[in-house]
Write a new protein. Sequence first.
Length: 213
Amino acid sequence: MQVIIIGGGIGGLATALMLHARGIDCEIYEQSDAVRELGVGINTLPHAIRELAELGLLDRLDAVAVRTYELFYTNRFGQEIWREPRGTDAGYEYPQFSVHRGRLQGVIYDAVRSRLGESRIHTGHRLGAFTQDDAGVTAYFFDRNGSHRATARGDVLVGADGIHSAVREALYPNEGPARWNGSPGRTRPAPPGTPSRRSPRSPSSSRRSRPAP
């Protein structure tokens, strides 16, 4: 079986590792000219870390991320509303990590390059179209200037090309773009002397992630 993966982000790279672990050939096509460590801080929950741990990435994640052991909400005056332990401190087998999105992607990207090889990652390849038949799928790739770069043939095509997915648009042409829920993200520094990270969800509530002792 040959799988074509559209998108070299966290989803596409993790899919490639999972397929490789099961002996399934795959190729990754990314429209950017290079895979870069971009983004902001995110929290990855135990069920996600379990999958990465099974790929042998737990030690590398520990090297670039913080194990989150507690989450709590306060109002805008700092008065506590609610708190709970997280990850292994909450009884899960696997931790919760607070990590920069780019660092997380970098860990998975390095693993893909090591296990699958550089030749399986094609940057500067934007999906222009794909066709399907009873035997499989054919994908057509172009550069930023619209020139044809490659044609790939596979048994399966996986769309992991983000919120503005070209694959999803082709499959659901009448759906329209993603709709914003109207809630902007905010970050504020923790009070002086507090070894934590604080991320308010709204003007009246906040969330704090603390590293394990």
